[in-house]
Design a protein around this ligand. Structure first.
Ligand code: GAR
Length: 222
């Protein structure tokens, strides 16, 4: 991971497919003068993604690359790669981007492409994560920011946040609690990546500074 100079912000492109609330949290965080990354572009693979007009209204460059217009995954990714290079992307942040990437594309961005998933990985990959968590009866749920690998919702874990599962939770109430945590976790994880404080060793992330909290989280409380 290249280290970025303190006075030089890492250029980040955010990829979305829909609502874009995590993209919004990154944009809001990047407004801070001392945040080490800037969001240079937002790209959606879906023309109807609600996040696109929001980003445009913030004067951020936006682009729609509709995957349905391409004959193959590789052709779609070639267009995406061109857009990423044109925008000077140093880091790619997936935020509700619902397309699997090919191994070739992932390899090119191996140490520079991150994703957020609304579960404590490696549990509950894929869709309907909150339904999966409720069905399993776990008492702690959460979200994960990780480097992207070709396998869905897998890759070296950068950061995780935990929230309790409460009696009477539905998938919707749990999703809302996890989403609030996502909005705090993603900017904080991107900050570490932009500062070059993450290193991948044996497909695990080593943080170069102690940013850990040793307090246990009990659910239910003790
Ligand atoms: C978020 O909860 C994100 O973690 C999830 O999609 C939602 C997008 O919401 N991503 C995945 O499930 C990836 N496997 P948003 O568009 O409002 O950020």
């Amino acid at each position: 991971m290249p280290k970025h100079m303190a006075d030089k912000k890492a250029k980040v492109v955010v990829l979305i497919s829909g609502r874009g609330s995590n993209m919004m949290s990154l944009v809001e965080a990047a407004r801070a003068r001392d945040y080490p990354a800037e969001i240079v572009s937002v790209i959606s693979n879906r023309p109807d993604a609600a996040g696109v007009p929001w980003a445009a209204a913030q004067s951020i460059a936006t682009e729609v690359i509709d995957h349905k217009a391409f004959k193959s995954r590789e052709a779609f990714e070639a267009e995406l790669e061109t857009a990423l290079v044109a925008s000077g992307a140093e880091i790619v942040a997936l935020a509700g981007f619902m397309r699997l990437m090919t191994p070739g594309f992932v390899a090119r961005w191996q140490t520079r492409m991150i994703n957020i998933h609304p579960s404590l990985l490696p549990n509950f990959k894929g869709l309907h994560t909150h339904e999966q968590a409720l069905a399993a009866g776990v008492k702690i749920a959460g979200c994960t920011v990780h480097y992207v690998r070709a396998e869905m919702d897998a890759g070296p874990i950068i950061a995780q946040a935990a929230v309790p599962v409460l009696s009477g939770d539905t998938a919707a109430t749990l999703a809302a609690r996890v989403l609030a945590a996502e909005h705090r976790l993603y900017p904080s994880a991107l900050r570490l990546v932009a500062l070059g404080r993450t290193r991948i060793v044996d497909e695990k992330v080593i943080l170069s500074e102690d940013v850990n909290d040793s307090l246990p989280l009990f659910s239910p409380r003790v």
